[in-house]
Design a protein around this ligand. Structure first.
Ligand code: BES
Ligand code: MN
Ligand code: ZN
Length: 501
């Protein structure tokens, strides 16, 4: 799908479909009102007769709106009854419009949505969100359907209509960011959706090399088992023992900033399938543990988006990748391993494997002399208990970093919520036999998991995103979401001085 930007008024721009807002009570957006004037007042009449729903996110498609009207259809999107939309409401409007558009026969469309008034957000932000919404509605994952592939949607081009030159540049910049983020989210979703047998640690390593082919600004290095043994990554390797797939530590580097600028380091959990290991999970819904590499997938997504935009920052992405399976040689409850940091760990539950692979990756990244390190992981079921599927769990050892991530989540409507990292929780990790156990024993599972990681991140500013509740959807809409790419990209854009709120 192509996107472009055009200046002009709604009664002059031609196209197969115009998308405009309507609000209660019977309020037409500026573009809707222009279209209605030349169309003889049909929209106003239909509003009056109650045939157009103005509730937030409700859509009505008007065919053949009149001879002098320069579009073949008008898609009316309900904006509710408030004069101003909240950012979240704007996402609902853009998403509803994008989905409704897929069901029309229109090959191109003109969106008059940047004219909607959104609290505390500007044109560039609105343009970015329209592109992300349109691409999300367009996305299909049918790599493994041999027939009945979803017919290609007819929509080929979406034009964002603006009035005036000054708006043009702002909207164009927003579209470019939206495209890069949408591409990153799509990559994250596709990697997440691939089944465990087609998305192994080796496949992820191959994906990194592929990404380097697309973006020559990336450097990629893959550490194999031997290299990890040399580094003493006993925690990471203890998880891989039960698997016949070779583990990989994937390192991607993007240098767009000054040579001297310390990098942002992203570390993503890449468990390509989590059966629980010897502490085997129950069978119901276990297929969803193919999504246990969604942290890794979002790291790929961010590397791709940052490289596409050529942001003036230095960014490193690190992905520890392995399967977690039961086997005669698998780690057992009670086993003690030595991490790369030298700290010993008693594995009381082999299903708490994410922290075992992350702790060695977090020790490894010290070599980059990072400005900040952010890890993202589908780490605990407890996070879903605490926050459901709305917010990412956020914990960290440097409050300004945590605040910046909370802001980025708020700005991008990809929100996170902070949980405390008090030492009282850390006490739960005491072990009679090693420096620490890999699980707590008294609730607050998301916090004890983060407390575990905190023992490996003392040398730098660090934040942890627990994305167990947000990285994928279950049920009829089962599939990866691409979160938290929008949050992280907003954080990185803000750091680059390129935010456009
Ligand atoms: N990958 C899971 C966490 C998870 C579970 C995410 C369900 C999303 C949905 C993780 O490896 C895990 O199994 N965590 C355990 C930790 C426990 C053994 C302390 C959990 O959450 O049950
Ligand atoms: Mn697990
Ligand atoms: Zn896991």
């Amino acid at each position: 799908m192509d996107f472009n930007v055009k200046s002009g008024e709604a009664d002059t721009l031609r196209g197969a479909c115009a998308i405009v807002g309507v609000a209660a009570p019977r309020r037409l957006s500026a573009a809707a009102s222009r279209l209605d004037k030349i169309g003889g007042g049909r929209i106003a009449a239909l509003l009056k007769s109650g045939d157009i729903d103005t509730d937030l996110g409700k859509t009505t498609l008007l065919h053949n709106p009149g001879e002098s009207v320069p579009v073949g259809r008008i898609l009316l999107v309900g904006c509710g009854k408030n004069k101003q939309l909240s950012p979240k409401e704007f996402l609902t409007v853009a998403g509803a419009a994008a989905r409704a558009l897929q069901n029309t026969g229109a090959a191109d469309a003109l969106a008059y949505l940047t004219e909607l008034d959104v609290a505390e957000r500007g044109l560039g932000w609105k343009a970015r969100q329209i592109v992300i919404a349109a691409r999300a509605a367009h996305y299909r994952f049918d790599e493994f359907k041999s027939r009945d592939k979803t017919p290609k949607a007819r929509l080929k081009r979406l034009t964002l209509a603006v009035n005036g030159r000054t708006q043009h540049n702002e909207v164009k910049a927003g579209v470019a960011r939206g495209l890069a983020i949408a591409n990153g989210m799509e990559l994250a979703r596709t990697l997440g959706n691939r089944p465990g047998n087609r998305c192994t640690p080796g496949d992820l390593a191959e994906q990194a090399r592929q990404l380097k082919k697309t973006h020559s600004s990336l450097k990629v290095e893959v550490l194999d088992q031997k290299a990890m043994e040399k580094l003493g990554m006993g925690a990471l390797l203890s998880v891989a023992r039960g698997s016949r797939q070779a583990p990989k530590l994937i390192v991607m580097e993007y240098r767009g900033g000054k040579k001297s600028a310390k990098p942002v380091v992203l570390v993503g959990k890449g468990v390509t399938f989590d059966s629980g290991g010897i502490s085997l999970k129950p069978g119901k819904g276990m297929d969803e543990m193919k999504f246990d590499m969604c942290g890794a997938a979002s790291v790929f997504g961010c590397m791709s988006a940052v490289a596409e935009l050529g942001l003036p920052i230095n960014l490193v992405g690190v992905v520890p990748a392995t399967e977690n399976l039961p086997d005669g040689d698998a780690s057992k409850p009670g086993d003690i391993v030595t991490s790369m940091s030298g700290q010993t760990i008693e594995i009381l539950n082999t299903d708490a494997e994410g922290r075992l692979i992350l702790c060695d990756a977090l020790t490894y990244v010290r070599k980059f002399n990072p400005d900040v390190v952010i890890d993202l992981a589908t780490l605990t079921g407890a996070c879903i208990v605490a926050l459901g599927h709305e917010a990412t769990g956020l914990l960290g050892n440097h409050q300004p970093l945590v605040d910046a991530l909370l802001d980025a989540g708020e700005n991008s409507c990809d929100r996170a919520w902070q949980l405390p990292l008090w030492e009282e929780y850390d006490e739960q990790l005491a072990s009679n036999f090693a420096d620490m156990a890999n699980i707590g024993n008294g609730g607050a599972g998301t916090i004890t998991a983060a407390s575990f990681l905190a023992r490996f991140t003392r040398d730098y500013r660090w934040a942890h995103l627990d994305i167990a509740g947000v990285a994928w959807k279950s049920g009829g809409e089962k599939g990866a979401t691409g979160r938290p790419v929008p949050l992280l990209m907003q954080y990185l854009l803000a750091r680059s001085g390129k935010s456009d709120a």
